[in-house]
Write a protein that binds this ligand. Structure first.
Ligand code: ATP
Length: 369
């Protein structure tokens, strides 16, 4: 897959075998990452997996215990935070409450002894970028959460960094404002054309904003890919389960040249795509099927049986109305329980008997544990 138009092939940030230990605990375990210039790159993972520590090492607030870190092809060994061409935006905004919006944004430039004329122009530009020019005289206590976050962005942008580091930048905002700020962040990234590296534990935010995502677990990368690769083609059970909802089936697999068949412990037989025979292993296999890839039909209709390779008889156990969709829990006659997403006009009621079907190509074969 070729990178999006604003992303070049030049690497802006590169981590090679980076390890970080705090005392006895190794929190980042041999990380390798290559982040391209202009990319919106997200590091996504559960609490405590080492995302923030990784970002803090790129920023220069933490030193790797071993390994190499390059920013714009230069080794960052011994380079302090203020000499790196990166700026960080924190979830807590970290604004100075006793300073006006203007002074908050100007602060870094004053320390660097930038000329008055240049300072005025750059602070004005940065505030304009985040649409906060008319709030320049206000103090942080007179701003909403979204406005504070925009000032925090302006304060980082005023330094014209090559790379913006964003640590859960929208984490303190309520859901509605968060969605609005996601659009603003994406617009800002497109207009500036610089590299954004964002840490988040919100999978939807990572999917909707990023060019590429690294999914982390226990200090290691599980998978790096575009949002659709991560969602449609997860390679491990952890990624399949962490990103969105999924159904995991496990069993033993037999493969011929024309078909692969998974048999679960309960005897359910599932046709798989004929692919990656190396992943088909004697010790058992995990397969992920997304809830929206499973189709239901009343038992009076036989259409599904002919359309999909996998078709079974099941019973609706439970339904949950979620607005645009109804989430159904279906129990197959072999005992497996599956989560199925249906459009909200579908009439399935708890207790109904249904056909349950999905295509072999919608079964994603996962790496063995
Ligand atoms: P969260 O989403 O909760 O912020 P995270 O994935 O960003 O989590 P980190 O903040 O990188 O995780 O922390 C990873 C591990 O390192 C945690 O177990 C944490 O307790 C530990 N840790 C982080 N900073 C330090 C430190 N300065 N000293 C000791 N342990 C630390």
């Amino acid at each position: 897959i070729s990178p999006p138009a604003n992303v070049t092939t030049t690497l802006d940030v590169e981590l090679k075998d980076v390890v970080k230990t705090f005392g006895e605990e190794t929190v980042v375990q041999g990380l390798n990452l290559q982040i391209r210039q202009g990319e919106f790159f997200s590091i996504l993972g559960p609490s405590g997996c080492g995302k923030t520590t990784t970002l803090r090492m790129i920023a220069g607030f933490e030193t790797p215990t071993s390994g190499e870190l390059h920013i714009q092809q230069q080794s960052m060994g011994g380079v302090p935070a203020h000499h790196r061409s990166v700026n960080t935006v924190f979830q807590s905004y970290a604004l100075f409450n006793h300073m006006s919006v203007w002074d908050n944004v100007a602060f870094g430039l004053k320390i660097k002894k930038v000329s008055k004329l240049d300072l005025r122009q750059r602070v004005g530009e940065a505030l304009k970028l985040v649409q906060m020019e008319s709030f320049a005289k206000r103090y942080p206590s007179q701003l909403s959460g979204g406005q504070k976050q925009r000032v925090a962005l302006a304060r980082a942008l005023v330094n014209r960094p090559a790379v913006m580091l964003l640590d859960e930048p929208l984490g303190a905002l309520d859901l509605k404002l968060r969605k609005q700020m996601q659009v603003e962040l994406s617009n800002l990234h497109q207009r500036l054309g610089i590299t954004f590296i964002m840490v988040t534990h919100d999978q939807e935010e990572a999917l909707s904003l990023s060019d590429r995502i690294a999914v982390m677990k226990d200090g290691r990368i599980e998978q790096v890919g575009t949002p659709s690769e991560i969602y449609e083609r997860p390679t491990t059970a952890f990624v399949a389960d962490f990103i969105g909802d999924t159904n995991l089936l496990s069993g033993h697999c037999k493969s011929t040249d024309t078909a692969s068949l998974l048999t679960t412990a309960s005897g359910l037989e599932v046709m798989l795509p004929v692919q990656e025979p190396s992943a088909i292993d004697a010790h058992g296999l995990n397969v992920s099927i997304r809830p929206e890839k499973i189709y239901l039909s009343p038992q009076t209709e036989h259409g599904l049986t002919s359309r999909y390779e996998n078709c079974y008889v099941g019973k609706v156990q439970h339904t949950l109305y979620t607005g645009p969709h109804i989430q159904c829990i279906i129990e197959l006659t072999t005992g497996e329980r599956l989560r199925v997403l249906q459009p909200n006009h579908m009439p399935y009621k708890a207790g109904s008997a249904v056909y349950v079907a999905w295509a072999a190509s919608d079964c994603q074969v996962l790496a063995p544990h």
